[in-house]
Design a binder for this molecule. Structure first.
Ligand code: NAD
Ligand code: MG
Length: 391
């Protein structure tokens, strides 16, 4: 029996993971669950269904409500950011699925790595923020970082059985998002509803907006750099609207290995849970004769500046990716709350990157401090814009 702690249980990745646990009851079990706590009824249902040993909710009041709803004996209940860290570190589990969204995942993910637990990593923002520290911690504890992100799962699968030194480059595919064919002039009119309509994947709101700006692909370049230890220029983004080829690896002899499949996160999640083995799933099957045509094109750097910003942050290194990520999280939240326009997301990030002087990233404590500073600064400047006192 593989015992799993699931960080971000109520989200898109979390619920898909739980469906898979239900499909393999002899093999997979839930040890711990964590979420923000915005939907206590859902967490209570998950507790009844999966009987975890412990549950952590960020929201303390939500945890009190959960305590009142759940019949005894009930799981151990942990509150707040410290509760999430304690859950990741202390609950006895072989695998921790890191599927919180954003920087909130940083400390629990690091805690799980330091506790020596195999990581199934969906929470790409944490690798963007602290890739050097996380991969170093994983190396020193002998912990595997198994990618859940579909592109990185694809790359991981394309690397199996090959010599890493023979990798020429990684071809990171992306659908291009809902605005792939929109002319530049229409970008100022983009609404939240337009941006939430992803052409091929159903995901949480933050990553869906990131997919519309292409910042998701930018974050994934940084994620690939750390997961696969490649140089930034070895990662090339290829727009592939059908989302069938999930990524490719090109070797020094010119051979290109690709991983294909239907757009269903169940496939990469299950691979991370059962790695190095595979299991049969009832997931939809790929029928290439029905799809007929697969197309590929370069991304447009003018309409999608996020890619350039992510590359610049990666190349600068140190704290720059922390700044990129924090500013992006705040800008995306402001866009979702209709406080700024779609175009202003990238502007907000660029200003934040310009403002913070370059510095090395030496510790998780420093990462947390820089992240908090940037959030305060960017929050203030977004506030000022909203009230019309912007510079
Ligand atoms: P989501 O918004 O659907 O779910 C997020 C989960 O995190 C929820 O359980 C929520 O309760 C919890 N959460 C959010 N903020 C929190 C906080 N401050 N403290 C504690 N818990 C908090 O997100 P998602 O789409 O499932 O994405 C999760 C992660 O996986 C993201 O990093 C995303 O980039 C990555 N990812 C998602 C997909 C996908 O198909 N959804 C694909 C690839 C990668
Ligand atoms: Mg992805």
């Amino acid at each position: 029996m593989k015992r799993i702690t699931l960080l971000g249980a109520t989200g898109s990745i979390g619920l898909r993971t739980l469906e898979l646990v239900s499909s393999f009851p002899e093999e997979l079990a839930i040890a711990g669950l964590a979420a923000r706590g915005s939907n206590v009824e859902l967490v209570a249902d998950l507790c009844r269904k999966y009987a975890p040993d412990a549950v952590a909710l960020l929201d303390v009041d939500a945890l009190d409500r959960l305590a009142r709803i759940l019949p005894r004996p009930r799981p151990e209940l942990l509150a707040g950011a410290d509760g999430l860290v304690a859950l990741a570190r202390e609950v006895d589990a072989q695998v921790v699925v890191s599927a919180l969204v954003g920087g909130a995942g940083l400390l629990p993910t690091m805690a799980a790595i330091q506790a020596g637990r195999t990581m199934a990593l969906a929470n790409k923002e944490t690798l963007v923020m602290a890739g050097s520290l996380m991969t170093a911690a994983a190396r020193s504890r002998g912990v595997a970082l198994l990618p859940v992100d579909s592109e990185h799962s694809a790359i991981f699968q394309c690397l199996v059985g090959h010599n890493r030194a023979d990798v020429h480059r990684i071809l990171l595919t992306g659908s291009g998002g809902p605005f792939r064919e929109w002319p530049r002039e229409r970008f100022a009119t983009i609404t939240v509803e337009d941006a939430l309509k992803h052409p091929t994947w159903k995901m949480g709101a933050k990553i869906t907006i990131d997919s519309a700006t292409l910042m998701n692909k930018g974050l994934e370049i940084i994620e690939a750099r750390w997961l696969f230890d490649v140089r930034p220029e070895q990662v090339q983004v290829v727009v592939h609207p059908q989302s069938i080829v999930h990524s490719m690896v090109e070797y020094i002899d010119g051979a290109v290995i690709a991983q294909l499949g239907v757009a269903d996160m169940g496939i990469p999640i299950l691979y991370a849970l059962t790695y190095p083995e595979r299991r049969p799933t009832p997931a939809a099957r790929l029928d290439l004769t029905r799809i007929g045509t697969l197309t590929f094109e370069p991304p447009d750097p003018v309409r999608f500046p996020a890619l350039r910003l992510a590359r610049a942050a990666l190349e600068q290194g140190g704290v720059a990716p922390v700044v990129l990520n924090a500013a992006n999280e705040l800008a995306v939240a402001a866009f979702l709350e209709r406080r700024i326009g779609f175009d202003e997301i990238a502007d907000t990030i660029e200003r934040a990157l310009d403002r913070v002087p370059p510095a090395d990233l030496c510790s998780i404590e420093q990462c947390v401090a820089v992240d908090a500073d940037v959030r305060r600064e960017v929050g203030r400047s977004l506030e000022a814009r909203a009230t019309g006192t912007a510079r």
